[in-house]
Design a protein around this ligand. Sequence first.
Ligand code: HEM
Length: 411
Amino acid sequence: MTQQPDKPASSTPAEGTCPFHSAAPLTRRTEQLSKTGAAVELDERGVYRVHDFQAARDILRSEDVRQAGFMAERATQMGSLEQQPVLFSEGETHHTMRRDTARYFTPTSVAKYQPMIAGLADELVGELAAKGEANLDDLSLRLAVDVAAQVVGLTSSRLPGMAGRITSFVSGGGNSEPGAAQNQSKAQALKQQANLALFFALDVKPAIQVRRRERRDDLISHLLDKNYTDVEILTECLTYGTAGMVTTREFISVAAWHLLGSPELRSEYLHSTEKVRFEILHEILRLEPVVSTLYRRAEQDIDAGGTLIPAGSLLALNIQEANTDEQTVGADPLAVCPGRKLPRGVQAPVLAFGDGSHRCPGAFLAIRESDVFLRRLLIWNDLRVVTPPTVEYNEVIKGYELRGFRVALGG
Ligand code: HEM
């Protein structure tokens, strides 16, 4: 479904609060908002829809639920993999996987990628300047794919075009909400399978071969040390491809859209310290969470927001609403207001990177690479929007997709 892009709406700043208050969410899905104002609602399909922050965070932190999003239930039921990808694992196995791979995402590790990210960002902005015009969503895809590829070790591809092979997994239709009607045609399903085979043959297999001969400091090398099979490595690469590349691409686009729509915010962003720049990016992400719904399956009876949820129930956590819950984020929850005073223990992006055991390991990397690119892009005074993006929703990721975001430089 396509939504007409709104312009960032103006609203009057509340007295004594931040000076920006100029932008409202650009990607909010109104049809999914709470109908009764209750923290938790049971819908006609028997899904418990969770709308407020506290209940959503309690569920994400609970040990009595398991991952039910991103087709996890279908994938784990197939049961052909001994090692499930990190996103679908739970308990001690999951904990060990996270502990073993945490070293790829620490600030020190991420700092190693800084020259590579900066070089790539310069190249992309240079290309835009040379051509005069480009789709920002194409540039953000190339950045997000190349950066995550370094961490994962997908750097030995036989042919260019890995970005297209990865995005094809999420763009082929389908709905990842358990039990939802599927809108994927047979042809789309077959095409997806063919793409998976190509991704394996052209990107994953060559990376494995190179690292079998000599290990490197990346995730594939680590998985080889842990005796993962080729198919298990493929699934983990897919997880990182979709979780890390597709999401970061969308975030960079939405952040650029906000910053280009507000000269004051853009100027503050460009002239501030890293701390303030990150606050601005986190605040935009709070308002525009790329993954708007997270799913969990209750394994025991649980209490969420005062509602008793019976074991076996499906929980759909609305992150857009949780992140704009006035009780947690304070006044003007729908406005961009960096540096909000949040309750102790609540981080600036609120639940946009999830919470609990599955919280995004790539959060710091995503913000760092976005910052490196956006600074280089937005510093150009003559950068302008030619066509704002259309906003569509991807039912596999459960998030927005910004496309056709045409920008021009110079001329
Ligand atoms: C702005 C960009 C990003 C956003 C908004 C984002 C968002 C998220 C969210 C919400 C989750 C939790 C899913 C759940 O609890 O069901 C998650 C998990 C994950 N993300 Fe990110 N992510 C981003 C960037 C990245 C990057 C750059 C990487 C790696 C290169 C990455 C790798 C992962 C992985 C592996 C998981 C699964 C973790 C687990 O299940 O233990 N993400 N991400």
